[in-house]
Ligand binder design. Sequence first.
Ligand code: CTP
Length: 400
Amino acid sequence: MNIVVGVTGGIAAYKTVHLVRLLIKAGHEVTVIPTENALRFVGAPTWESISRNTVTTSVHDDVAKVRHVAIGQAAELVIVAPATANTIAKITAGLADDLLGTTLLATTAPVAIAPAMHTEMWRHPATQANIQTLRERGVSVFGPDEGELTGGDSGPGRMLEPEEIVDAALALLDPQDLVGMRVAVSAGGTREPIDPVRFLGNRSSGRQGVALAAEAAARGAEVDLVAANIADDVLAEARHPRIRVRGVGTAAQLGEAMTDAAASADVVIMAAAVADYRPAAPSDQKLTKEAGLLDRIDLVENADIVAGLAASRPQSQTIVAFAAETLSDSEERRERARRKRERKGVDLLAVNLADAEHGFEKAENAIEIIGEGGSVVGMADGSKRHVARALWDAVQKTRR
Ligand code: CTP
């Protein structure tokens, strides 16, 4: 996405360096437009090297390319951070005496500002009236936070942290196409106890399922997330008022929780890695080698949860299963996926490639989505959130 970051003359400008880095890391194209005063805090070479784009403050540079309007026209999102009291007043009045001013007048993209100033300046009726006017015009105002300010004062005026600004700003672009929908997502990997200290498990971290839940909530859905053995830092990504998390351990528990959640769901996604087998008779005492009890563990097959849900689904419910495949031949992989989709009776099967760069325990994932008649209805390769977006798009397409 094409994002403009306006930087104005406050000490918090140094934090905006990190904000730009976060956007670049997420794969966005960033143009930084500092004001003259901002350059007193952080210089042009820093902005240029971090954004990998040229940086200018003036409307008189590069005039042939009509940059004073071109940047605003091309922008898909504009973030001004920090936004000083002076800049807020200028934006409200529509002043266009520098490149940031002209860009803000030329853009039709969503605009977000992150104010940073002393408490007295923030509370001044002039600033408050300006903020009010900007809100009425549709500008999103993030913050300011309460906290310690330059010079040792404290109160509202601190710029929000870069991570918070980036999350809130990108959320402005989320389509709200899942509003009114209930979805049930399973994530993580089940653990089947052998004895009190050992289990049969798998390498699923739960990241993909958590990303699917977070994406659904961001797009307006009410989400039940059934989480099997997911680490707290991964689960933190699912913190959202519309996500209810239920923790489970074994396949049997996951089956019970998903059956319950699926009863009222419009969409069910089984992203969890479920053990196909469990020890037939888990011991309540630790098994020892000495007693020869670890030489052999008898297994019994677990029920296929997703196939069960598909067989008894309410009308108009969409069901998605996952399949981790290590086959590198894409035709063979697709053929197996087609058979698996039929066998399980699901609408969509998301096949993820579990290789060195993708899949289990990795930040990146690559999927191919198999739909009606075995056709490939979607593909995605990138962050797990990116993959989640593509899968929800495919779900929406099949429901239309
Ligand atoms: N699944 C399930 N219940 C099980 C096992 C798997 O609901 N007992 C679900 C998973 O959550 C996933 C899908 O089924 O959505 C794919 O599982 P997979 O193990 O790839 O399929 P299998 O039928 O076990 O086929 P394979 O022989 O390839 O392992």
